[in-house]
Write a protein that binds this ligand. Structure first.
Ligand SMILES: Nc1ncnc2c1ncn2[C@@H]1O[C@H](COP(=O)(O)OP(=O)(O)OP(=O)(O)O)[C@@H](O)[C@H]1O
Ligand SMILES: [Mg+2]
Length: 353
């Protein structure tokens, strides 16, 4: 995309799949571009976002000393932007048109932008750069199912936007992360342990890192350079303790007051087993997997009620219901819940995963 004239990019995907990490390595890969990255937040406007960027830009100012034998003195300068000055698209063009260096402007966490006006202004800026300043590039990144969710609908820029959907990593990629890390640390582990880390991580590099980190820490504490089952068990325990707060809150709500005594835990695990096979699943599939945890014969209505409740706010919207021509389907509201539950409920799930 960077080498294609007039092309910009939108990088989208679920939480935790490596968008920010990708942004952070781009500068190492494309050395001929200068990268400027900002994080967006809910309060941002076009003015505040571009001010954050423009204030990072430095340039060399050359000044001649006076006199017959003059010298040239270089000084690093920044763009001076008075606080009361509002950056508009025209002003941005005035400022940036004087720069000839290839620049990439990355707006991370663009999903926190809710203003449709700001989204439209960004789309207009992409069009402006694409038509007139091919050395200036914009990359928008954020959590979204598709580009429209992130940027809204702007047909005029469809052709100049590369859509990059970051999906869950494949097992060989995760295995590569594990092996590279272990090699650097001179740590070894059996294929069984490595595959278990891959399985628990469900395509999310974050969990690979976390599980490996705690497992290595435990092995090193034991003065061992080999990761054993006890290290992985300890690592899982620490990951449970260290778990993401919002996922924890959602799972606690979904489980309810007496998770050992009620059916919610079993149904949650059945949903996780469904999600292992496909993002969207049916009631029949949930019932099928429920049988792993309880032999049930005629409690079909009971399961319907629980599944319905898991779609409700009182149960943290654990599931989302989707109406399709073929009937109701379900999916995990938070895709990250899959590895989270697999780690949190590891002991109950270990026989069936
Ligand atoms: N290609 C990769 N190789 C190894 N580890 C990676 C890779 N990509 C991401 N990670 C690791 O995965 C974790 C999550 O990545 P990152 O924060 O980049 O995701 P994100 O998509 O920006 O998440 P969020 O949506 O929450 O902002 C980080 O701990 C990072 O180190
Ligand atoms: Mg990020």
């Amino acid at each position: 995309m960077l080498s294609e004239k007039g092309q910009h990019a939108v990088v989208y995907g679920h939480r935790g799949l490596g968008k920010t990490s990708l942004a952070n390595v781009l500068a190492q890969v494309f050395e001929n571009y200068i990268f400027y990255k900002v994080n967006c937040n809910r309060a941002d406007t076009y003015n505040s976002l571009w001010k954050k960027i423009l204030r990072k830009i430095t340039f060399i100012n050359q000044q001649r000393t006076t006199g017959f034998k003059y010298e040239t003195i270089d000084s690093v300068q920044r763009i001076v932007l008075p606080d009361n000055m509002e950056v508009s698209i025209d002003m941005l063009e005035d400022i940036l048109s004087s720069f000839t260096e290839p620049m990439v402007f990355i707006f991370d966490e663009f999903d926190s932008v809710s203003s449709e006006i700001l989204k439209a202004q960004m789309a207009d800026t992409i069009k402006l750069f694409s038509d007139n300043y091919p050395h200036l590039k914009i990359i928008l990144m954020g959590v979204a199912e598709n580009i429209t969710q992130l940027l809204g609908q702007h047909p005029s820029i469809e052709r100049c936007i590369k859509q990059i959907n970051l999906s869950e990593m494949q097992s060989p990629e995760l295995l590569e992360i594990i092996e590279n890390g272990f090699k650097t640390l001179h740590i070894e582990a059996s294929d069984l342990i490595k595959n278990q880390i891959v399985m628990l991580s469900s395509g999310y590099p974050h969990y690979v890192h976390q599980l490996c980190y705690f497992a290595c820490e435990n092995a090193i504490k034991r003065n061992s350079s080999v990761i054993e089952k006890i290290d992985l068990d300890e690592s899982i325990r620490k990951c449970v303790e260290d778990g993401d707060f919002s996922l924890h809150t959602q799972l606690t709500a979904a489980l309810g007051k007496n998770p050992d005594k009620n059916q919610f835990a079993k149904l949650i695990m059945a949903c996780i087993l469904c999600a292992e096979q496909s993002t969207v699943f049916s009631m029949e599939q949930i019932k099928h997997h429920f049988k792993h945890f309880e032999s049930y014969e005629n409690e079909s209505t009971h399961i319907h009620v629980i599944v319905g409740m898991l779609c409700h706010s009182s149960r943290g919207f654990f599931l989302s219901m989707i109406r399709t021509p073929g009937g109701k389907m379900y999916k995990l509201s938070q895709p990250l819940m899959r590895p989270f539950v697999k780690i949190q409920m590891h002991s109950q799930l270990s026989g069936v995963l």
